[in-house]
Design a protein around this ligand. Structure first.
Ligand code: GAP
Length: 464
């Protein structure tokens, strides 16, 4: 079973490269650990997910507004938020083979227990007492667990003094807190309301990444929802429900994810309650998204450190207070990975000569499929290409289309199946006479003849 699942990850990584979803980062120079580049199809899939999220959590709501803040922020933001002193992982080094591994992951994988949140001393003890072996060389010769900061540092200006250190943000969330008053004063929103952002975050992760699951540069979609303290439980439940609806909207199968509440010692320094939405990835059940009750920790810290007032004046209660926060947080890259794992199918399909073969098909939810329609002239003959290009021009303004005339029609169908294109339009010699084309459905492989004049409306209806 495990082998089969591991094999699935290899298949997805290989398909991702072959078809232009995701390439290894800096590949021609031997790569750069835990970095990946999105290719032509992958960027469409990723953009569709981000746009859908923005519509679902921002545009379709009256109580949420968006921002797009700078990645580089004043270092004092990260001192106040607790990241400079507290955002680190405990790592152990194998003295024999020099492998450096996250201590909690080592324990979790060897003993099948949660170790996140334990002190380095406790983890060192557990590793020793249980004689845990190095997964790379098999020896049992570990250093003690020590903490390593996860923040990427750089210097502003030309001099590399400590006073010039700035950080690449490790989460987008802080920009929403720092801009709380700016947003409030410019929009006159009333509590409860939220501020959302989609953007890059950076963490100096050293553990094996499992493809795009854990990378050093990734995107987050985060929402900070400001509330009255007494409403936190009600709001927590509400947002847990909204996150479930979002997974439904993405098309993630219910049986493939679950919700797990953090134990007390697992909670981040700012959180009083957190749940993880965990997905059954081929390499294990792991965090996909998180939902946290951050209390008023962040606004309070920024008020104390900056000396700026972060209070909200509640006109209903005639009271000033520092709002509390519920934070639904989503990884873009983990969404892409979950969507790919969920969509991957292998099934028997008939070939042109009456035999069967295995076809790989990405059964993406049509709304987020990277390419919606492929236009495929049956041959490269000039009159067919011309007709097919006219159809491409007719459809491209409304649907993401691909034009493909190379190799046999069977091979082209397989390629489109592998990138999950819901509809393929074949333009054949008859099309020149009857002004009609054949539309093939990705999932059923059924084909239907549709007039060129009606094809736009036909697709509109199907892709609704
Ligand atoms: N603002 C809260 C926060 O950042 P987090 O659980 O550390 O919480 C939120 O991160 C989400 O960001 C995760 O649920 C995951 O989807 C994504 N994420 C975190 N670290 C990541 C990494 N190294 N690579 C890819 N995605 C990551």
């Amino acid at each position: 079973m495990i082998n089969k699942k591991e094999n699935l990850m290899d298949k997805i990584t290989s398909l991702a490269k072959r078809r232009g979803f995701v390439f290894p980062g800096s590949e021609i120079y031997g790569g750069l650990a835990n970095t990946w580049d999105y290719g032509p199809v992958g960027v469409e899939l990723k953009n569709n997910i981000k746009q859908a999220w923005w519509k679902f959590f921002v545009k379709d709501r009256e109580d949420v507004v968006g921002i797009d803040a700078a990645i580089l922020m004043n270092s004092r933001v990260w001192e106040s938020s607790g990241h400079v002193s507290g955002f680190n992982d405990a790592l152990v080094d194998c003295k024999a083979c020099k492998a450096r591994i996250r201590a909690d992951h080592l324990i979790e994988d060897a003993l099948n227990m949660k170790a996140e949140g334990m002190t380095p001393e406790d983890m060192t003890k557990i590793i020793e007492e249980n004689n845990i072996k190095c997964p790379v060389c098999g020896k049992k010769d570990w250093t003690d667990a020590r903490k390593f900061g996860l923040m990427f540092k750089t210097y502003q200006g030309v001099t590399e003094y400590d006073s010039n250190i700035i950080y690449l943000r490790p989460e987008t969330a802080q920009a929403m807190f720092v801009n709380f008053k700016n947003v409030l004063n410019s929009t006159h929103k009333k509590i409860p309301f939220g501020i959302a952002q989609i953007g890059k975050s950076f963490r100096n992760e050293i553990t094996p990444g499992n493809f795009i699951f854990r990378t050093i540069e990734f995107e987050q979609m985060e929402l900070e929802y400001f509330i009255k303290e007494e409403n936190w439980q009600k709001q927590f439940e509400y947002w847990q429900n909204e996150m479930t609806k979002w997974l439904d909207y993405l098309g993630i199968k219910k049986e493939n994810y679950s919700i797990r509440e953090h134990d007390k010692d697992e909670l981040s320094h700012y959180s009083r309650k957190t749940v993880d939405f965990e997905y059954n990835f081929p390499f294990g059940t792991k965090e996909l998204y998180g939902l946290a009750y951050r209390t008023n920790f962040d606004l309070m810290s920024h008020q104390n450190s900056s000396g700026q007032n972060m209070e909200y004046f509640d006109t209903e209660d005639n009271k000033k207070y520092i709002p509390h926060v519920i934070e639904p947080t989503f990884g873009v890259d983990r969404s892409v990975l979950a969507v790919m794992v969920d969509a991957y199918c292998e099934e028997e399909a008939p070939t042109a000569d009456g035999k069967t073969e295995t076809r790989v098909v990405m059964k993406f939810n049509k709304k987020i499929a990277p390419v919606k329609v492929a236009i495929l002239p049956l041959s490269k003959k000039e009159n067919l290409s011309k007709k097919a290009k006219e159809i491409f021009d007719l459809l491209k303004t409304e649907f993401t289309c691909q034009y493909d005339e190379s190799q046999s029609i069977g091979k082209r169908y397989r390629r489109q199946d592998e990138i999950g294109t819901p509809y393929c339009i074949t333009v054949d010699f008859e099309s020149l006479d009857d002004e009609a084309v054949t539309v093939r459905d990705r999932d059923t492989m059924e084909q239907e003849r549709v007039g060129i004049g009606e094809v736009r409306e036909y697709l509109r209806e199907k892709l609704k």
